[in-house]
Design a protein around this ligand. Structure first.
Ligand code: KIV
Length: 296
């Protein structure tokens, strides 16, 4: 398996000489699986890192070979992979199946499995039962769940049981029915103070990292400065410790409009459609298969 060498990592993200560069989450030379301790060490070094979602083994293997150090088997699979209108219908069976595929497709990345809506809201014991299933049956190295103060007891019990937890505050998409959409969070003094309390609560409960979704950039910067665990931004400005994007948005695979915070790095939807049309035209016109593709 190939990984990005430090020399290829032109961003010099770690900025502390060759030893730190070798350990870098992105561009480092280590080939064992990334752990949550590596994530903590990156915050201490002031190193920024990328995270992408993944929902299948083949796509995950592409990202692993590109050196992406952390992959989230997000419940965004609901919209991006399973054809649902939101993340709400995603089940533990679906999450376990797809998480196991992503684990099988990767060798280096830390794989984080998302706890779907309804799999942890009843309380810490339900959260522990479902997180344990993702750890044992799918082989993920950590789980993610949504909510700040309201999810602190769940996080505490999982961490006590030895399960690393990534928290998620700001916009929590599983609450889409309560929000009536996907509004920016933390605007205004009171909402900003609540977001700071939420971020602090998940850190105190033992989370190793926290996603900040759709939060004003200045507030995200303040949260990042005030926590000792890394913040992973999505629509939260440039000052978070890490950035995550849904891979289908990042690669231009998503149909229709993508949120304003997304930067598209490819036009996969166009390329794949072009390939399918070229294949169809060859078949219809008799240009494929030829002798070269046939057996004697
Ligand atoms: O499910 C998901 O993809 C997520 C990210 C947007 C953070 O929660």
């Amino acid at each position: 398996m190939t990984h990005v060498s430090p020399a290829q990592n032109q961003s010099g993200s770690s900025g502390n000489g060759p030893a730190a560069a070798a350990k870098a989450l992105y561009g480092g030379t280590g080939s064992r699986r990334i752990t949550v301790r590596d994530i903590s060490a990156a915050k201490e070094r002031g190193e920024k890192w990328p995270m992408l979602t993944a929902y299948d083994a083949m796509t995950a293997s592409v990202f692993d070979q590109a050196g992406i150090p952390v992959m989230l088997v997000g419940d965004s699979m609901g919209n991006c992979h399973l054809g649902y209108e939101s993340t709400v219908p995603v089940t533990m069976d679906e999450m376990t199946l797809l998480s196991a595929a992503v684990v099988r497709g990767t060798q280096r990345a830390l794989i984080v499995g998302d706890l779907p809506f309804g799999s942890y809201q009843e309380g810490p014991v339900q959260a522990l039962r479902n997180a344990t299933r993702l750890i044992k049956d799918a082989g993920v190295g950590a789980v993610k769940l949504e909510g700040g103060e309201r999810s602190a007891h769940q996080i505490e019990l999982l961490v006590q049981a030895g399960i690393p937890v990534m928290a998620h505050v700001g916009l929590t998409p599983q609450s889409v029915n309560a929000y009536g959409g996907y509004p920016v969070q933390g605007r205004g003094e009171e909402a900003a103070q609540q977001l700071l309390r939420d971020a602090k609560a998940v850190q105190d409960a033992g989370a190793f990292a926290v996603v900040l979704e759709l939060v004003p950039a200045e507030l995200a910067a303040e949260v990042t400065r005030s926590l000792h665990i890394p913040t992973v931004g999505i629509g939260a400005g440039p000052d978070c410790d890490a950035q995550v994007l849904v891979w289908t948005d990042m690669a231009g695979m998503t149909d229709g409009r993508v949120p304003r915070f997304v930067k598209q790095y490819a036009e996969l939807r166009q390329s794949l459609g072009d390939a399918a049309r070229a294949f169809a035209e060859d078949v219809v016109g008799g240009a494929y298969p030829t002798a070269e593709h046939s057996f004697r």
